[in-house]
Design a protein around this ligand. Sequence first.
Ligand code: NDP
Length: 280
Amino acid sequence: MAMIIDGKKISQQIKEELKEKVTAQKAEGKEGALAVIQVGADPASSVYVRNKKNACAFVGIESLAYELPEETPEEELLSLIAELNSNEKVKGILVQLPLPGHINEDKVIQAISPSKDVDGFHPQSVGAMVIGEKGFLPCTPAGIIQLLKRSGIEIAGKNCVVVGRSNIVGKPMALLMLREHATVTITHSRTQNLAGICRQADILIVAMGKPRFIGAEYVKEGAVVIDVGIHRNAENKLCGDVKFEEVEPIASAITPVPGGVGPMTIAMLMDNCVQSIEEG
Ligand code: NDP
């Protein structure tokens, strides 16, 4: 029987801690707002944006919502970002991804001032992370490090296999595990013998975006399994990249979907906002 890593509980603890920090910051006259920009009305994005606003309200950070129509030209979005970059009150800028096809996401990410890049996607933030300098860390991988640490799972010296190499999850995840002194293997769609490599893992982190792909044959007895995937199945229920009921009896610890990695992403976004307010 595996320990079920409770992301809901851990993220709540983090938000409570941040709430106290925000109160202390306000007492010192340090305040700021998070600007949340959504282009179009994708229902999944609307849910994420709503959750981010609610988290801001909980920790005591003002959120400014910008809901732009789907057909907003790229230049208009870029000029809004430029305006927010120079707005002293705004300490964090978040553009909800994905953006409509006519807008270049990379250009938008690079337009955000690195000092307000609370998503941690700007090349300067990524570069700082790679060389171990201070900067905003991408929220989902940073949240997974917190899940492991706060669950008492040792990382240093462990074999970690990351499935997926996206810029927002897989790659930064591997770098953060390396920073925590794990021995890291990154796998992807061209990897040969994926199951054999995954079975080497003491800590297996799955971010492949393939519903219920990872079964028992991918998991070593006693491994820690972190499932980043989020999908809706035919019955409209949430599931991950891992076959939970098949893997849970083999693993020593596992994250559920929902209630595992998902809530941590928003908690770490709040953490980045508090860091940005602290730095002025
Ligand atoms: P991407 O689609 O950008 O990346 C998926 C990665 O998985 C790619 O690197 C791909 O390899 C690899 N992959 C795909 N198929 C296979 C395969 N058969 N074998 C090995 N590797 C494979 O997804 P994201 O990284 O953005 O997201 C991954 C999942 O995490 C999604 O379900 C997403 O919804 C979820 N997610 C959850 C978050 C949360 O807060 N919980 C936050 C962000 C994402 P290649 O590069 O070769 O194509």
